[in-house]
Design a protein around this ligand. Sequence first.
Ligand SMILES: Nc1nc2c(ncn2[C@@H]2O[C@H](COP(=O)(O)OP(=O)(O)OP(=O)(O)O)[C@@H](O)[C@H]2O)c(=O)[nH]1
Ligand SMILES: [Mg+2]
Length: 454
Amino acid sequence: MFVSDDTIVAIATPQGRGGIGVVRVSGPDALRVASSLLRPAPEPARHAAFARLIDTEAGRVLDQVVATWFAAPHSYTGQDVVEISAHGSPVLLARIVELAIGQGARLAEPGEFTFRAYLNERLDLPQAEAVADLVEAVTPLQARAAMDQLEGTLTSTIGRIDAALFDLSARLEASLDFPDEGFHFVSRSETAETIARIRESLDALAADGRAGRVIREGRTVVISGRPNAGKSSLFNALLGASRAIVTDIPGTTRDLLTERVDIDGLAITLVDTAGLRDARDEIEAEGVQRAHDARRVASLTLVVIDGSAALTDADRALAVSAAGGEPKLVAISKADLPRAWQTTELGIADADAVPVSSVTGTGLTTLRARIAHRLSNRDDLRDPPAISNVRHLALVDDARAAMERAAQALADGATEELVLIDLTRARQALEEVTGRRTAGDVLEEIFKRFCIGK
Ligand SMILES: Nc1nc2c(ncn2[C@@H]2O[C@H](COP(=O)(O)OP(=O)(O)OP(=O)(O)O)[C@@H](O)[C@H]2O)c(=O)[nH]1
Ligand SMILES: [Mg+2]
């Protein structure tokens, strides 16, 4: 794992050219390292000041910069931090880092600044994880969910549950001193009620987490259907760009086309596929095979059926989900043309079929909302769920299992001691979420995901 008492340096802005680029130095020696390169030195603290950055080896001015010293503990990492905003040239920034290393700093590992913030209790673990999510967010909704977590929503939700658990445990423990009476400070029925309440909160959190995961991780939606159904046209319409070739020749699309798109806040990987039919040649056969493969990995299959052409058995077969089969949503395409059949003829519920026109745009808003709803199980994603990370969800599930055991033990007439064992398990799981009790290798795994300079 990282050492945290030396001084680290890294470029904090993205690779490439920019108006400015920021080099960050953190550690006990940060001010000395930076001051040896800057004229004047970056003092007093928390003042952004103009300075010349000196290439001490070449003995000349390297750049004109603005430097800010954040004195410990009032900085991102909780240590002395100096941020040097230079002109955003990769060569310049690399040279500044080199010079700082020449003065005794070490190149930072990915996530090391945030790890120090965590060690110095500037952030708890969910907040540190939120920093990575925020940086990686590709939709505004993902960014909002990450920001809520950074603001401590998850920590306080978990904190409330943990407080209830702590209170109950304390009373049960105190009761242990009165073995004759048993359940002295809290009755069995009160214990059962409190356990039930805590389980409800945990269940709500876990249910919330399903939508949360979809927001955080995004999902794959595969467009499928017969040749000429209008799949590629719909793909382009949802993308807002003419990415796929569209012609009136059946069998136009032969390979998988994949694009990322924001659908009502969800980061969706949208896949256009070849029309399903008995292929005319080897290339098309391969395309049809890939279309089938893509559907197997999809979270949702969007079946496109031409609303302006006569319905076939193949269409009906595509529309009807086999029992336990893949989740499907039907788009009835070409809604701007006269309808050739009624939705009831498809043999599926009206709610599962959305008429759309890629030409006029009719129905696209409804289709997007329906896709988001099918994936997240939520009507409204404006309030992002408090929990979204698999690590957190797995631990919440552990806590739920422990609480279930506690409830069972109590119902079976167990002593305080036995109930306490399960309550303690539940608390341990929750404390692993917040990082109060998280193993080193787990921490390493978490911070490895970060980029250098963060
Ligand atoms: N009027 C109308 N025509 C459409 C619409 N969507 C697609 N079309 C037409 O239908 C034909 C087939 O469209 P594509 O999007 O290429 O269909 P596809 O399902 O991708 O076809 P393959 O790739 O061959 O499987 C083209 O001539 C499109 O212009 C629509 O919403 N309205
Ligand atoms: Mg196509």
